[in-house]
Design a protein around this ligand. Sequence first.
Ligand SMILES: O=C(O)CCC(=O)C(=O)O
Ligand SMILES: [Mn+2]
Length: 369
Amino acid sequence: MAAAVLEQGEDAFRKIFRLYRRRSPPADLAEVLEFRPGEPRLRSVQFGVGALSDAAAARVGLQPLSDWSGYNVDGFQGFLFIVNPFLPGWQHRWVRQCLKLYPRKPNVCNLDLHMRGAGDLWDGSHAQLRRKSSQRRSEKKTLLEKLRWVTLGYQYDWDTKKYYKEQRSAFPVDLAELSRCVSLACGFPNFKAEAGILNYYHMDSSLGIHVDESELDHTSPLLSFSFGQSSIFLLGGLSRDAAPTPMMMHSGDIMVMSGASRLLYHAVPRILRHPGGGVLPPCLSVPPSTEDTSPLMEPCSPPDWEVCEAYLRSSRINVTVRRVLEEGGNFPEEGDRAAKEGTPGDAYHTEDPEMEERGGPKRIRPGQD
Ligand SMILES: O=C(O)CCC(=O)C(=O)O
Ligand SMILES: [Mn+2]
């Protein structure tokens, strides 16, 4: 970290965030933790045999549990990293759900204010996205490319940073089942998928430093699924004075934040092209599986995949799934809520390095600048 210089009044997390956010000169990635055998900071995880049946795993596109490889990281009790456990050809279905289905009503997205009467996001974007990127260079961005976040289930309120009993839509059954399978495999049989936040990143996007503490239940894990291009994830401590550990996340990887790691500061300072040189990572370069082996999700059709592929050439999608209420728990009584203005959540995602440097406007998550 020789290149990271602490500015006056700057905390240790922000110093490292700035280091990896920087484009020129690009940060040295030698210290970024890759999840592979032989890394001294990693402890291999044994998944409980019998915790998840092969049939249940296959319905959501996961490999048999015996084939998963997972790691704990020294110093981060409760943090678990699962290296892409998806079956070949199955991430495609999840990407399609994230781009085509989950942004639809009644779910909420950052474009809602702009979209009144604009119709469906996918329907309005797919033809343009499927045209070759060379032809599209001068064209305006599609709505799909302007999508930044979608909320599912209990809708996260970006203004108040809370969830409300009455602000809720049905949680997607397929994603709830994927979450159930992953949480069972990781030893959390009581997990319930109650809220989801989808983040859509492009090559210049980042996600500011924050803690996910809005859920009323902190005893349940937070599950995170990544698709598309790679990224650097910074995992810090309970205060921003702790220097974070940089970790590399690739398509298909799953992270579980639980126990002592559930409320740690974290951020995504940088999106990176996946290593290896192709347009898409090898796990997404295989054709989508066309076998209809799941009653939950239909296969991703070749035309749909063309759209997803064009999108993912320069994008990353992250899905986090959370339990909001403890077993038998309820929401606290609320007084009047402040009136909302503007487009919520915009400040949380930024493509403007200057905004990061300035500390950003105030409508952001707890702990973020
Ligand atoms: O994109 C990621 O990997 C992290 C997302 C995240 O931290 C969040 O949505 O709270
Ligand atoms: Mn988070």
